[in-house]
Write a new protein. Structure first.
Length: 201
């Protein structure tokens, strides 16, 4: 579940669904037709991914589990039969076998399978939405994929004004790293103003 944000699997491929419903290829569908196919795909999932509890359930889950409460059971809980069956599903086994891509490669996952909305909710809840979107739009605009270079460019051009705490933290980390690699101790190291404020709370 760490490698995908998709809500489930085991449905026929989108191209097959498109062919069955519209007698067309997925690429030939318009936005509304694509939305319909995506909704149909969800109803055809054979397993459901629950990222919030890191669990996979069968779409036919019987909604009961076997709990062993003997003294040596260690609280073992067995899933219901349909959920246990998911493990034998060839497509599920294939999904499990697929290697976790490196973080650098994850950027190339198809946009139609990205949990865009959940990402937006998370970034708003953690208060970094503006920052994330600023960096993203800069990358798209400059067609530049090096996020560190882009970050430096934004910091220098003053586009990160209002994010003093973040800049202060980075400044502190860079200086700390410089001192450590020069073999100096961290005693008497001064903290940037916003970090100082946080530490004094
Ligand atoms: Zn179940």
């Amino acid at each position: 579940l760490h490698r995908t944000g998709v809500g489930g699997g085991g449905a026929p491929h989108r191209s097959k669904l498109a062919l069955a419903r519209y007698a067309r290829k997925w690429k030939q569908l318009n936005t509304i037709q694509r939305k319909r196919i995506k909704k149909e795909e969800i109803t055809r999932y054979t397993w459901i991914n629950h990222h919030d509890v890191l669990a996979v359930y069968s779409a036919d889950c019987a909604k009961r589990v076997l709990v062993y409460d003997g003294p040596s059971s260690n609280g073992i809980v067995q899933p219901c039969d349909p959920c246990a069956e998911v493990l034998n599903d060839k497509r599920f086994q294939n999904a499990l076998r697929r290697k976790m891509p490196s973080e650098a490669h994850m950027r190339f996952s198809p946009s139609q399978y990205r949990p865009e909305l959940l990402g937006a909710v998370w970034s708003m809840q953690t208060g970094v939405r503006q920052l994330v979107e600023m960096v993203r739009s800069h990358i798209l605009y400059h067609k530049n994929n090096d996020i560190y270079l882009e970050f430096s460019r934004m910091a220098i051009s003053g586009n990160l004004k209002g994010h003093e705490a973040l800049l202060g933290l980075i400044e502190y980390e860079v200086r700390r790293f410089q001192r450590l690699s020069a073999g100096k101790s961290l005693c008497n190291m001064e903290y940037p103003h916003p970090i100082n404020e946080v530490m004094n709370i």
